[in-house]
Design a protein around this ligand. Structure first.
Ligand code: DGJ
Length: 724
């Protein structure tokens, strides 16, 4: 039964309003997504609906086109449709009629206004043989999310080619910012003007990818970290996916995204349903506000890690594949002395895995390298008071492995021929129940035998020609779901287990995988100069406590650059701190400095991992300032870094963002492990051991303090504490 009259709902939360109309004909339309509109009533909402109708202009369809969350072609919309698909060329332009709508599970009346909420709309097109369930939510953090589930109700199969959700953005927003990148340089920002047409970012890596848009923003020209109204969307999916922004000839603008389906990948039999990924939308004034909504949302997850993030040592850049018990025990001793709390054994502990050519897929401890199993190392690590973590790459296989020899049919391939190798490996077909169960059982056996607190879950290649070997049909969609299912199953079997999402560094970072994981490995490039940029933009989606940030050796393994320890440690300081360095090669002075950095991190991590992120819009590109402010405004920690040589000798005033204008704060530089080489102190800077000046928040934020002189690639911490 169609609705007798339109239904409207106004959700308000954390400064955001989402006003939605469920029309009599067609699918729900967002009337407003943006700043809080204040309280409305039914009559005002009805007038708002009228006020938002764009009148037909010459040579357009005769009725106003209202663009739904799932844009519908039948309305006359000639932009990107929400659903593309057909039943052998029919049923390709559905016209859905809403048959029911609920808000938080209760039937929705004609008008409802409340705080956060979850709207669910059921709709059918009987002629097309399709049913749809559309969910649209506003969370306590003010984040919007939407997804759709499409069911084939007809006797013949329906092939779904594309399903994208979208949100409207007003025409004053014309500047795009999204992220790109490559291995070792993930999440590099790029900006351009949105003109008529579609700005489409496709991810076809079969994983999130190094060049994922991550968050696609559309904002008023010139928006920065602190200012300028911005709307951002993120597709929460770890397989192929899209993000897009569209400006059509009528002036209408949308941002959206969804899963990218390969040819014939989703063919719905009678009664079968495809459920899309979630599209997340974050609105704010400035990029920091957009980022903080994502952070609050992630922090509100029941499974969000609440205990202090253990300082971690990962052995990869220390020993690579060279696993030697005595050397690793010695590394553990050194780590424990520095204050490390978790020790992670990386690639190379299993099967015939002595390099990257063999053994992948055989999750059995290598008797050659570990004749007594991992026990001597695990016991030693735990005896030192540290947790033990272990590396797996569950979705992958080397052809030179017992698994591939026994089950060649478990390798994803388009038929008889195999896809091109990458890092000498192939992808396992986890959609095959036998394969999935085998991997799960092998992992469970290891996780049951040893007290393992943490799995570093790696994924080191793109899914190229990823198809079920028997049928040749594309498998990325189901493979992504099977991976999520495997993570969930292991967590359920091993309560308390933490999982890190790693993929050739930071190539699987999205809100889909973050439903199942507790940390992301940000990048294989630990060079602090590169890392600063990668981390700065990773925080656009991910809060610092979920980002693995390590201190590596003086000469970086990826770039060959050499940096002072204070710059390396300072760059890792704000995230989930770790080391990835052969400590046997560190000097006594470096070890003493490192001890100080780890102690300082532990002292501040409750603030770093719960506070509000702030990044300054510094006019001089050679200077960076970012920080974390306690939610109650009582304290903050900032870092000023020099990342180049400016044409002027000093960068000017340090404006400290995010402070309470009315409170007074003491400002104290923290020179962990000693002053950085070449530091030139400004006049206000206190002598060592003395307290810094006290100033009102308004002065610190608006007038600021003279910045110290720093050599390139040096950084200092500045602590700010409210005095009353
Ligand atoms: C890629 C990861 O990003 C590295 O940290 C390391 O775990 C290697 N894989 C191991 O093969």
């Amino acid at each position: 039964m169609p609705l007798p009259s339109p239904l409207r709902v106004h959700l308000r939360s954390a400064g955001v309003s989402l006003v939605v109309e469920v029309p009599v004909r067609g699918l729900p339309v967002v009337l407003h997504w943006g700043d809080d509109l204040g309280a409305l009533d039914a009559a005002t909402a009805s007038t708002l609906s009228l006020a938002r109708v764009a009148q037909p202009m010459p040579n357009q369809v005769d009725e106003p086109v209202r663009v739904a969350v799932l844009p519908e072609h039948h309305t006359g919309w000639v932009g990107r449709p929400g659903i593309s698909g057909s039943r052998a060329g029919t049923a390709w332009t559905p016209l859905f009629t809403v048959t029911g709508a609920t808000l938080d599970g209760q039937e929705l009346g004609e008008w409802r206004e409340q705080g956060p909420g979850s709207l669910a709309v059921e709709a059918v097109d009987e002629d097309a043989g399709l049913a749809l369930r559309l969910e649209l939510e506003l969370s306590a953090a003010g984040l919007v999310r939407a997804r759709a589930a499409l069911t084939n109700t007809a006797p013949e199969a329906y092939q779904l080619d594309d399903l994208v959700l979208s949100l409207p953005v007003p025409q004053r927003a014309r500047e795009l910012l999204d992220l790109a990148g490559r291995w070792g340089k993930e999440r590099t920002p790029q900006r351009r003007e949105l003109q008529v047409g579609t700005h489409l970012r496709e991810g076809r890596h079969g994983r999130t990818g190094p060049d994922a848009a991550t968050v696609l923003h559309l904002g008023v020209p010139g928006f920065g970290f602190a200012e300028g109204e911005v709307w951002g969307v993120h597709t929460g999916w770890s397989g192929n996916h899209t993000h897009y922004a569209e400006r059509v000839f009528t002036g209408e603008q949308l941002v959206g995204g969804g899963e990218l389906l390969l040819p014939g990948e989703v063919r719905l039999g009678t009664g079968e349903t495809y459920t899309s990924s979630w599209l997340h939308g974050s609105h704010g004034h400035g990029l920091d506000a957009v980022a903080r909504r994502f952070h609050r949302e992630l922090r509100a997850r029941p499974q969000h890690p609440r205990r202090p993030r253990p300082v971690t040592l990962n052995v990869w850049e220390a020993v690579y594949f060279d696993h030697d018990l005595d050397r690793l025990r010695d590394l553990a001793d050194r780590a424990a002395r520095l204050g490390v709390e978790r020790f992670v054994l990386d690639d190379g502990w299993f099967g015939a895995r002595r390099d990257d050519s063999a053994g992948l897929g055989d999750w059995v401890v290598s008797p050659d390298v570990w004749p007594d199993g991992l026990h001597p190392l695990v016991d030693h690590v735990r005896g030192l008071g540290m947790e033990f973590g272990l590396w797996f790459e569950p979705e992958m296989v080397n052809l030179d492995s017992d698994l591939a020899r026994a089950h060649p049919e478990w390798v994803l391939a388009p038929g008889k021929r195999l896809p091109v190798t990458s890092r000498r490996q192939h992808v396992l077909d986890l959609t095959d129940e036998g394969c999935w169960t085998h991997v799960r059982d092998q992992m469970t056996a290891v996780l049951s035998e040893y007290p393992i607190a943490y799995v570093k879950w790696d994924h080191n290649r793109d899914l190229v020609e990823a198809a079920h070997r028997g049928t040749g049909r594309p498998a990325v969609h189901e493979q992504t779901l099977a991976t999520y299912r495997l993570m969930a199953d292991l967590k359920q079997r091993h309560p308390g287990l933490e999982i890190e999402s790693c993929s050739s560094g930071g190539l699987r970072i999205d809100l889909g995988v973050l439903q199942h994981t507790d940390r992301v490995w940000v990048s294989d490039c630990i060079d602090p100069f590169e890392r600063r940029q990668i981390q700065r933009w990773t925080t656009q989606l991910v809060p610092p406590e979920l980002m693995g940030t390590h201190v590596a050796s003086g000469r970086n393994h990826t770039t060959g650059r050499v940096h002072d320890l204070s710059f390396r440690a300072g760059t890792a300081f704000f995230g989930h701190l770790g080391l990835e360095w052969d400590l046997a090669r560190a000097t006594e002075q470096e070890l003493a400095e490192l001890t100080a950095w780890i102690a300082a991190h532990k002292e501040h991590r409750s603030l770093l991992h719960s506070g509000d992120l702030v990044r300054a819009d510094f006019p001089d590109a050679t200077v960076e300032l970012h920080g974390v402010v306690a939610p109650d405004g009582s304290r903050a920690l900032y870092q000023l870094a020099s990342v180049g040589r400016s044409e002027v000798s000093l960068p000017g005033a340090l404006l400290l963002p995010g402070l309470d204008a009315a409170r007074r704060y003491r400002v104290t530089p923290r020179l962990v492990g000693g002053p950085p080489h070449g530091l030139v102190r400004p006049a206000w800077w206190p002598a060592d051991g003395e307290e810094g000046p006290v100033l009102p928040g308004a002065v610190l934020t608006r007038a600021g303090l003279q910045a110290p002189g720093l050599l390139p690639e040096q950084a200092v911490l500045v602590e700010v504490t409210a005095t009353a």
